[in-house]
Design a binder for this molecule. Structure first.
Ligand SMILES: Nc1ncnc2c1ncn2[C@@H]1O[C@H](COP(=O)(O)OP(=O)(O)O)[C@@H](O)[C@H]1O
Ligand SMILES: [Mg+2]
Length: 311
């Protein structure tokens, strides 16, 4: 497994369970581990029965955790935009701009972009300090959109930079009798900001596509909907050159079922297991048992110990 690991999948399949127990497994191996929860549901706090906030919190020796949210990050970002604009524009239009910023902060995409920024910051700032960084992600659709964002944002930023360069050049020509002063484009604050964004996006793309640095694991259950949803997600991610390393089939039923209901369930499961090994035959496949009780801080070690066979 690589240094950075993403756990993705449909809601309720066991992403939080797998990422938290894999984090405990890594910490037990002696690897300094950071568990990052990006799912707005934030079940990481619940599973460890500890209040983990948006600052790095120690869980046990070698294991720290943090919960980040797009909503909060986008508010912080918009506030910083507001502050920096105050110095650039006249008070008369500040009011109008504030209205626009308020509208932008609730528009779709803004929270995802802010969350993505925060994830990249964590990776770049913490990659040296930790041996492993594990991400517990939001349900599939959200995560796929998030991970394919750099490609879309990158192209959009390049267009904005080109447009701004043209208009700065035209203004410069108007001010210097038809000759554009090239240094004016270099000094332009808007271009500088856009270029910084583009650099960050390109760094993100590099990280996402580096299959020596990042592993993506999908968690599924042996049921139709999680299998279908995961196949679609893998296709999209691989189009964007993000490779998916493995599949964890969580909540596998015990073998010797007695009553008819459970025997029937087990038979269905076996059918789906065949389908899974066929559909995902080029991926690492790993199975985790259904525990008698739901996940709490006291049985997380039981799942963590199983990961010693996950290679
Ligand atoms: N192997 C397992 N055995 C028993 N219960 C499990 C197992 N994995 C997950 N659960 C339970 O299933 C529910 C969903 O798990 P969770 O990890 O929160 O999923 P997700 O993060 O994908 O939404 C939780 O109530 C959890 O306790
Ligand atoms: Mg979860």
């Amino acid at each position: 497994m690589n240094k950075i690991i993403f756990f993705g999948g449909k809601g309720g399949v066991g992403k939080t369970t797998c990422s938290a127990s894999y984090a405990v497994f890594s910490a037990d191996l002696g690897l300094k581990t950071l568990l990052v929860s990006t799912d707005p549901a934030h079940s990481t706090s619940d599973i460890f029965e500890k209040n983990i906030a948006d600052t790095i919190t120690n869980i046990m020796p070698n294991l720290d955790a943090i919960e980040i949210s797009g909503e909060k990050e986008s508010k912080l970002y918009m506030d910083s935009v507001r502050k920096s604009l105050k110095n650039v524009v006249s008070p008369v239009i500040v009011k109008e701009i504030n209205k626009q910023i308020d509208a932008a902060s609730v528009s779709p995409g803004t929270e995802e972009a802010a969350l993505f920024d925060k994830m990249i910051d964590i990776i770049t700032e913490k990659v040296k300090e930790y041996d492993r960084i594990i991400f517990d992600t939001a349900p599939t659709g959200h995560t796929v959109r998030l991970l394919t964002l750099p490609e879309l944002l990158g192209a959009w930023l390049e267009t904005l930079i080109n447009k701004r360069q043209k208009s700065v050049s035209l203004m410069s020509m108007a001010n210097h009798n038809g000759y554009a002063d090239k240094s004016e484009a270099e000094k332009d604050e808007v271009i500088k900001i856009l270029k910084r964004r583009l650099d960050k996006i390109n760094l993100a793309k590099k990280i996402m596509m580096d299959d020596k640095l990042l592993s993506f694991i999908f968690v599924i259950n042996a049921e139709k909907l999680p299998i279908d949803e995961t196949m679609k997600a893998i296709n999209i991610l691989e189009k964007y050159n993000i490779s998916v390393d493995g599949i964890i089939i969580n909540k596998i039923l015990p073998d010797n079922m007695h009553d008819d209901f459970w025997k029937n369930k087990k038979e269905q499961e076996l059918k789906y297991l065949d389908i899974i090994s066929e559909k995902f035959k080029h991926k690492k496949i790993f199975k985790l048992p259904m525990l008698a009780e739901d996940m709490k801080s006291d049985n997380i070690g039981e799942i963590a110990a199983k990961f010693k066979d996950f290679k």
